[in-house]
Design a protein around this ligand. Structure first.
Ligand SMILES: Cc1cc2nc3c(=O)[nH]c(=O)nc-3n(C[C@H](O)[C@H](O)[C@H](O)COP(=O)(O)OP(=O)(O)OC[C@H]3O[C@@H](n4cnc5c(N)ncnc54)[C@H](O)[C@@H]3O)c2cc1C
Length: 461
């Protein structure tokens, strides 16, 4: 990463003036040498900047570039155990392991994520209902702390730090290397089953059964459909094909967005037309086909720099999870709320999380249904909508995803993660992020009331 302006994926936060440094300088900078403010909050580990919000940014300090340390240290094709430096991308793990019949046990929707970033956010994938989160497959890691030096962490050693670091958003120190258990698979080709459904109630009827039968399952929702069609979409399930390719090299992107258009094309009639065409793309009922792993897991990676399509003001991704009971009502209310505000989400995804517990102290994924909405940033209008979505989620006992956020109120964070003080107690004193400053540190500084007052969707007419 070059000196200058590392950014986050949503690009809603201005990216000027933030410095970066290589992993080897963590100890030097964390000691506060040469910094006017001393070591407090001097540094933050940075992976590949695929976090949508400001949890990967540190406006007041230096970002430590993990990508500079990305060597594979060992790989056992018999056991599927891989050890690598934390800056290695998931794409590189797949390329190494696939020819031997191994794949990532859990993968997010982009493969351009580092091992360190995947641990720090305890990311989830389309198979959460079977495998849980990424952190469940981490056997050990080495963590550099400004106050304690390098420490080996696992469920049997430095257990508290192991748990706090998984989902700890980089705040517990710099992960140097990770040992990961991969998943044995017959091939990387995916047998995909798509079921088109006409209304939200149909999704809730189909989702649990699909989870029981398939390794992967996720739904695309046409967020612009309303009335009886509200929540219509496709339930896309998949399994590794018994016979197929063992090539883990993803195809190059189909295209790349060369510049940021002055106005986002993802709005109004264009957005509605896209959703309509996409909905009709799958025939009614259930259809089956065989697809390559990159198209199934990483469709957005096929368009380089696609986030530029959201225009110069960037995008907000609002991801929430709500408990099983009442989930249908809450998801309906969230979709209706976006509709009342006349702000369509370009890409809307609904998924059922399973019961598998993460070892992480502050992990986002938990049993329930998770809805992900993408909105171009249109100033206060969008911020008001997002606040209302937060209130609906929190009043239903759910949580809003912190590593996709750049604007939630401290109280929303506290209600989503009542255990946040336990992470603050384990934080490396030299490490801080913009996200932690504006949520946890604000709560701590003002001794804020953690409760959130719920309110109705003001966009309702
Ligand atoms: C197209 C797309 C699809 C996505 N799909 C999903 C999905 O399905 N599920 C999901 O959970 N997420 C998803 N995400 C989010 C993404 O997977 C996570 O934000 C991921 O953690 C980003 O990793 P990164 O390497 O880019 O790290 P960054 O974004 O740079 O940093 C992420 C966090 O990790 C910390 N960190 C990075 N490296 C280290 C290190 N060496 N030591 C300690 N801490 C470190 C940082 O401080 C920061 O808090 C998606 C993102 C995109 C753009």
């Amino acid at each position: 990463m070059s000196e200058g302006a590392p950014t986050n994926w949503g690009r809603t936060v201005p990216a000027g003036g933030r410095r970066s440094a290589e992993a080897s300088s963590f100890r030097f900078l964390a000691a506060g040498r040469g910094l006017p403010g001393g070591s407090q909050g001097a540094v933050l580990p940075y992976g590949n900047g695929r976090s949508y919000g400001d949890s990967c940014l540190n406006d007041h300090g230096t970002l430590i570039d993990s990508r500079a340390s990305a060597r594979i240290l060992s790989f056992d094709p018999e056991t599927g155990l891989v050890e690598a430096e934390a800056g290695l991308l998931l794409s590189e793990v797949t390329r190494l392991a696939a020819p031997h019949g191994w794949f990532l046990s859990v993968t997010p929707g982009t493969q351009f994520v580092t091992l360190g970033g995947a641990v720090a956010n305890d990311v989830h994938g389309k198979n959460h209902h079977v495998r849980g989160t990424f952190g469940r497959w981490v056997r050990a890691f080495r963590l550099e702390r400004s106050d304690r030096g390098p420490l080996d962490c696992s469920l049997g050693e430095n257990t508290d730090l192991f748990r706090a670091t998984i989902g700890g958003m980089g705040l517990t120190g710099l992960i140097l290397r990770v040992t990961l258990q991969l998943l044995k698979v017959p091939s990387l080709s995916i047998d995909e089953t798509t079921t088109r459904f006409d209304a939200l109630a149909d999704y809730f009827r189909l989702a649990e059964e699909a989870d029981g039968r398939h390794e992967y399952a996720v739904a695309w929702i046409d967020s612009l459909a309303s009335g009886a069609s509200l929540g219509r979409g496709h339930l896309i399930a998949g399994d590794h094909a018994a016979e197929g390719s063992l090539d883990g090299t993803a195809r190059p992107p189909l295209t790349s967005i060369p510049f940021t258009p002055p106005v986002s094309p993802l709005r109004g009639l264009a957005l509605k037309a896209f959703n309509e065409v996409y909905f009709r793309k799958s025939p009614a009922g259930t259809s089956r086909r065989s697809v390559a792993f990159d198209g199934f897991f990483y469709p957005l990676d096929r368009i380089g720099a696609w986030n530029r399509l959201y225009g110069p003001n960037g995008l907000h991704q609002h991801q929430s999870v709500v408990p099983f009971q009442d989930a249908e009502r809450v998801v309906r209310a969230l979709l209706e709320c976006a509709g009342h505000h006349r702000q369509g989400s370009f890409l809307t995804v609904l998924k059922r999380f399973g019961p598998a517990e993460s070892p992480g102290l502050l992990s986002f994924a938990r049993p329930g249904y998770t809805l992900t909405l993408d909105f171009p940033h249109r100033g206060t209008r969008t911020l008001a909508l997002l606040d209302e979505l937060d209130a609906l989620v929190v009043s239903a006992g759910g949580a809003v995803n912190p590593y996709k956020d750049s604007r939630m109120a401290p109280q929303t964070f506290a209600a989503s993660f009542p255990e946040w003080r336990a992470l603050e107690a384990m934080r490396d004193p030299a490490v801080l992020s913009d996200f932690w400053r504006r949520t946890a540190m604000t709560l701590a500084a003002h001794d804020c009331d953690d409760r959130v007052v719920s309110f109705k969707c003001a966009g309702r007419r």
